[in-house]
Write a protein that binds this ligand. Sequence first.
Ligand SMILES: Cc1ncc(COP(=O)(O)O)c(C=O)c1O
Length: 421
Amino acid sequence: MASKLAINGGQKTIEDDRAKYVWPRITQEAEDAVVNQLHKSISIYDRSGIFGEFEDAFASYHGKKLAILSNSGTSAIFSMFEAIGLMPGDEVIAPVYTFHATVSPLMYTGAVPVFADCDDQGSISFEEIKTKLTDKTKAVIVTHMWGIPVKDIALISDWCASKNIYLLEDCSHAHGARIHDRPVGAFGSAAAWSIQGPKTITGGEGGVFLTDDSKLFNRALLQGHYNKRPKNEIPSSDMEARYYLTGLGLKLRAHPLAVALAAQQFKHLEEFIAQRQTYAEAFTNAFERYPFLKTPQTISTGTQSSWYAYVLQYDEQRSFGVSRQEFADALTAEGLVEVDIPGSTGLINELPLFISPNEIMPRLYKNPLPLQGPFPNAEKFHSGIIKLPVWGFQDESSVVESYIEGIAKVSDYLMANHSLK
Ligand SMILES: Cc1ncc(COP(=O)(O)O)c(C=O)c1O
């Protein structure tokens, strides 16, 4: 007999204040890292101190040579688009299902996003990418959605090389995710990470750009930095060197306190991922028995997600007429306050910036861009998603157990009664 649901007046599975997800954890070590930096420097003009330390460690982890910290992930993505020298009218194949900032900085170049549908994990599909290639295609950008590496990233990388186009990676969800020991961010011509707010490695705000290509590096550096950094880091024989004093007119520099926190977090990346893996497996073991819940699939034994989130697909064809929202409401009533139906991350093809850039940026776009679509896989994925956080610490196991218990309680009830009433 399934027990009475909280939504029907039964007892809650967990009290709300215990059910919160807190990230990052501000340990003594984190506090010390920030306070030490506060006493050292709160503005760094070159690559000294914590900037160089973090950039070197981050680049070496990814097997890359050149890194640039910036003030946001959006800026780091912007630098990728600038680095490859996009011109108005160039096309960039991009995921339709992502956070808008994977694509929005592109609109400062006058280039055109060509959206591609996703696969059943929510990441851009290689098959779709291939159908979008034209003689104007200059690049493909991918997002490793919710921390799971894009399934065919190695094939996409080879294909881009064979077509002589750039592959750019938005790794903002996927710090430390990898396929067969090759981390995401190591497959493309350049890669970008957000280190904002709840990201696995976070400084509160910030971003990182990585590449092996010194030409891309020069342009990316000039875009957000002036004077010391370009002067010190762009060889004087390179064409870009003479612009060192102004850069390209913007300042996208990171804040040292943010970087101090991110650097401290980065030391624990492997521990976070290992702990999250344990909890993600516990979720999957508990949920895969329910026909209306599809658990995330890591695509082969060699694939490691960063578990930025645990994304369930709720199948309304198999849920006895109970909608995703009703199911999620029942979970929230159980006290599972972190259960989320994502809003700002979704299909981006109909956003005004991508169909009417001519009205807001007439200097770059003379005409509206055609509305692209439909994107049936992304529609399906977006309309089925129920997102859970994946906790990163061993002492949070009882919270994780309560989430499992609450979801099992509601699911068992639904199986037994074919209704939540
Ligand atoms: C996939 C993705 N790309 C880019 C960004 C932008 O990063 P930021 O907020 O640091 O500018 C985010 C932020 O959430 C993101 O989720």
